[in-house]
Design a protein around this ligand. Structure first.
Ligand SMILES: Cc1cc2nc3c(=O)[nH]c(=O)nc-3n(C[C@H](O)[C@H](O)[C@H](O)COP(=O)(O)OP(=O)(O)OC[C@H]3O[C@@H](n4cnc5c(N)ncnc54)[C@H](O)[C@@H]3O)c2cc1C
Length: 391
């Protein structure tokens, strides 16, 4: 974030954050989960973490100020201090509950989610319902004060680690498809739930299939109105897009690529000196810089209460296009060494194997790039609706 935008108050704030980190954080604390949790609590008290959440729910309830946010990000990164708990509980579920949850749901789920005490998995996609999510057929019926859920979800990331699922299920079979869906919270460890992990090309098995057979959850664990789950799910997807579309890691990723280009060789010389590669890198850097600048403008607009339409879609595409080009260049630089990335000789480059194999995933998760393009074309540019997707 440009230094020029900072006021005297922001400079003082940076000193304050730095002083806090100097007294409260030492990198060796990272190995001790209790110490990390205690540090986070102190950082919340100071107003540095969970700034958008009320104090009563475990947040620090601060006014929107993108510059302060960026200062916190920079100073915490420099001190290698932990910020908010990562994962979709904090980035997707908690903000959705803040907007749509009942008071009881907020009290029950938001504080332990922010504290990292409960983890979540997203039960949206089904074998026949991905891009056309509203066609989902997992059903839930209200029986004696409980939802009874039957169906089959797929691509459920980290389901095997989750304490809770947020699930879209059809509760109003007679209603038009978008109006027949409800958003339910379901305890993950109970009989009737079977989880099968799916091995990926990267060797990991984060994805799962989840089978629900007469699974029960209390009637009041519905978020939003009955049949209004589609609207609630849009909020969660908006936060998912924002998470993927954030420019926060773009510079770091590009810098890592530059370091790789310094280490690798083309025709016996450092790859970074190769004119064709330099051309590709400069083009990519243009996208990285404009993505970062655009994110800063959006943060400032957000602070003024403005929310320009379709930015989430644009950010997500830009972000995943950058990740894709980084992966392509890394693949060209590493050649077949990428296959041996786990070998001791090339271990420092092992991360690139995961980067390359995983780069496509983000362009698919949370709505594919093609779907984002459709939305931009139809809602942004006013082009005719995609007939196939419109039913
Ligand atoms: C890394 C990752 C994590 C994920 N995590 C989860 C999770 O935790 N929970 C969950 O529920 N799901 C998750 N998913 C699933 C994800 O939401 C779906 O993969 C995604 O919505 C696409 O659905 P699909 O795979 O069925 O592909 P399809 O919908 O079958 O699409 C196949 C291809 O057709 C294109 N296409 C489809 N319809 C149109 C159209 N109308 N116009 C133009 N092109 C179209 C798509 O762009 C795509 O290229 C995850 C996926 C990935 C990759």
């Amino acid at each position: 974030m440009g230094e020029g935008l900072q006021t005297e108050a922001h400079r003082a704030f940076r000193d304050e954050v730095r002083a806090f980190l100097a007294t409260e954080w030492r990198p060796e604390m990272a190995r001790n989960a209790a110490a990390v949790a205690a540090f986070r609590r102190r950082a919340v008290e100071q107003g540095y973490l969970y700034r958008g959440f009320p104090r009563a729910l475990g947040g620090s309830e601060q006014p929107t100020d993108p510059l302060r946010l960026e200062i916190i990000r920079q100073e915490f990164a420099m001190a290698r201090a932990p910020r908010e708990v990562t994962g979709l509980g904090v980035s997707m579920v908690a903000p959705t509950l803040l907007e749509w949850g009942t008071e009881e749901q907020k009290q029950r789920f938001i504080p332990p989610t922010l504290a990292g005490e409960i983890t979540w998995a997203q039960g949206y996609s089904e074998p026949g319902s991905g891009s056309d999510l509203a066609s989902l057929v997992t059903k839930a019926e209200l029986v004696d004060g409980e939802w009874v859920v039957n169906g089959h979800k797929i691509w459920t990331s980290n389901a095997f680690r989750a304490d809770w699922f947020f699930v879209l299920a059809r509760t109003e079979p007679a209603a038009p498809k978008h109006q027949g869906i409800s958003y339910l919270l379901i305890q993950a460890r109970q009989s009737g739930i079977e989880i099968k992990r799916i091995r990926q090309i990267s060797g990991k098995a984060d994805f799962c299939e989840v089978f629900f057979e007469d699974v029960r959850t209390p009637a009041d664990l519905i978020v939003g109105e009955r049949g209004a789950g589609w609207t609630v799910s849009r909020t969660t997807l908006k936060h998912e897009r924002n998470m993927v579309g954030s420019a926060a890691g773009a510079r770091e990723l590009f810098d890592r690529l530059l370091r790789l280009a310094e280490r690798r060789r083309i025709d016996g010389r450092p790859a970074l000196e190769d004119p064709v590669l330099r051309q590709r890198l400069v083009t990519l850097e243009g996208f990285v810089e404009s993505h970062i600048a655009s994110n800063e403008h959006q943060l400032l607009a957000g602070a003024r209460g403005e929310e320009p339409p379709l930015l989430g879609q644009l950010n997500k595409i830009t972000s995943t296009n950058i990740a894709d080009e980084v992966a392509q260049i890394a693949m060209d630089l590493m050649g077949e060494d990428l296959l041996r990335a786990a070998d001791p000789d090339t271990r420092s480059d092992a991360k690139w194997q995961q980067q390359v194999l995983g780069s496509l995933g983000l362009a698919i998760a949370g709505g594919t790039s093609n779907i984002q393009r459709n939305v931009i074309a139809e809602r942004g540019l006013g082009l005719p609706r995609d007939e196939g997707a419109a039913q």
